[in-house]
Design a protein around this ligand. Structure first.
Ligand code: UTP
Length: 474
């Protein structure tokens, strides 16, 4: 251990991390040393002061207004033409290899309480395909449809990278070419107790947690993925979260409008179901687009309505973006990226000064994360497109209830039933309108309404019969 680092750690009042140093063997010392080396001690005290010893207050700008967006359905002939042109432009960008997919899968998925990376969760209602398989097959279908083998970038964390890669290996990359599936690992942040001290998770390790989905941007640079994208001619990144199997993995209209509007970063928006739905709110202040979290938007703004009764702040964020590669290059050009930190109070297991592992019952410290949407105000140009909730958003955060495995599976069933009906297929429904049979269509066969029409025609499907068994169409 160089005396320099030891000195720096002690000068910053963090000497407790060496409590067990003399009991560690060489490789254990090496691990702790490498973790400490990654910490930006020059800024640690400011960080502790700002985010740990006090609760940072969210500043809500006075000039906050709702963000403008392109509506789901074009409003007039001119807009209709724009959408047609954008769709065609998006298809061309996909066909010519200018677009790659990116999934953020580095989170800890604590609410789901599943033992393993969240992407390995068997989400599909009938086939029980995992989230990763569902996305892989959607991308394979898109590759056939757009005549280009898409590359899929998957961000993991140090905590789940190996099991994630093992899962893909064991399942033959779900039929994708292994060279088209690129894993990259996000950064970590040390957990800090309420006295501002770095916690030890083990005697030879700090308590570390992934640094938030905002970490994607720097991780893309540090991992060399940005360079690879440039070499491959990728200009646009289709960004989505690992827990939303309904998402269009690459959406031609969204990509095309992003490019046509010269946006550096774009966002899909959903009309909120009510003022207090737990989605971030798209807002504008000082001509900058930003997302204000649902818990931070003052009630009087949240509840403001237009004359027709609709919500003023209607635009909620499902965390689906198109990001220009050049924008990520610009933001990270100095090898650093300053996004604000968000504080989360957590129960953090730690090693106490007697060397005992403690699993606290109450929050005992703070984890810090950065969020991808905080890059929006840094973009010179942005674009928001309204998405169709039933086609785009089924988040799997919990096991049951709101945003759960249950609700997600129901939404997949309903989406697939609707597609069949669009294709003229008779689907049995209950009195309350919900689908009476568990239906699932493989994403390898169908990725949109057009596909569904062709698929049903080719397979002579005109009716789904309710014989008490789930139906899986592949
Ligand atoms: P969430 O905010 O839902 O967090 O992440 P989570 O860790 O998955 O789940 P909880 O809060 O512990 O229950 C939204 C998306 O961002 C990714 C997640 O994998 C998910 O796709 N994410 C989150 C990262 O990739 N890295 C992070 O550090 C945090």
């Amino acid at each position: 251990m160089t005396q320099d680092l030891k000195h720096i750690v002690e000068a910053n009042g963090q000497e407790q991390v060496f409590k067990f140093w003399n009991t560690l063997d060489e490789s254990e010392q090496d691990q702790l040393f490498r973790q400490l080396e990654e910490i930006d001690f020059a800024n640690l005290n400011d960080l502790v002061q700002e985010y740990v010893l006090q609760k940072p207050e969210t500043h809500i700008p006075e000039d906050l207004s709702p963000a403008p967006y392109f509506p789901l359905e074009p409003e007039d002939k001119k807009q209709q033409k724009l959408y047609q042109q954008a769709f065609a432009a998006g298809e061309k960008l996909m066909h010519t290899g200018k677009v790659a997919a990116l999934t953020v899968a580095g989170g800890q998925g604590t609410r789901l309480g599943f033992d393993g990376p969240k992407g390995t969760y068997p989400i599909a209602p009938v086939s029980k395909k995992s989230l990763f398989q569902y996305f892989a097959e959607s991308l394979r279908r898109a590759s056939v449809k757009y005549g280009h083998d898409f590359t899929w970038y998957i961000m993991t964390s140090k905590l789940n990278n190996q099991p994630t890669q093992d899962f893909f290996e064991k399942n033959n990359y779900f039929g994708m070419a292994p060279e088209n599936v690129i894993f990259f690992v996000q950064g970590t942040m040390p957990a800090i107790d309420y006295d501002g001290k770095l916690l030890l998770g083990e005697k030879d390790s700090l308590a570390l947690a992934p640094d938030g989905h905002g970490g994607t941007l720097l991780a893309l640079r540090r991992s060399g993925c940005l360079e690879k994208m440039k070499k491959d001619g990728v200009e646009y990144i289709s960004y989505f979260q690992v827990d939303n199997p309904l998402v269009s993995v690459i959406n031609p209209l969204f990509v095309g409008l992003h490019a046509k509007e010269n946006a550096e970063m774009s966002a899909l928006m959903l009309a909120k179901t009510g003022p207090f739905e737990k989605l971030g709110n798209f807002c504008v202040s000082d001509n900058k687009l930003m997302i204000i979290e649902y818990s931070d938007l003052p009630d009087e703004l949240t509840e403001q309505r237009n004359e027709d009764g609709s919500l003023k702040f209607i635009a909620g964020s499902p965390a689906i973006h198109v990001i220009s590669r050049k924008f990520v290059e610009k933001l990270t050009s100095e090898g650093r990226l300053s996004l604000p930190w968000h504080r989360a109070d957590k129960k953090i297991p730690y090693i106490n000064s007697d060397g005992m592992k403690v699993t606290p019952e109450e929050a005992n410290g703070v984890k810090l994360e950065s969020f991808i949407f905080d890059a929006l105000p840094l973009a010179a140009h942005t674009m928001i497109l309204e998405g169709d909730r039933e086609e785009e958003f089924a988040p799997t955060k919990n096991k049951t209830g709101v945003d759960s495995v249950e609700s997600c599976r129901e939404m997949i069933i309903e989406r697939d039933a609707r597609r069949l009906e669009c294709a003229g297929v008779k689907v049995p429904r209950r009195e309350n309108g919900t689908t009476a049979v568990e239906i699932e269509i493989s994403p390898l066969a169908v990725m949109d309404d057009e596909d569904c029409v062709n698929y049903c025609r080719a397979n002579g499907i005109t009716e789904i019969v309710d014989n008490g068994k789930p139906v899986y169409l592949k």
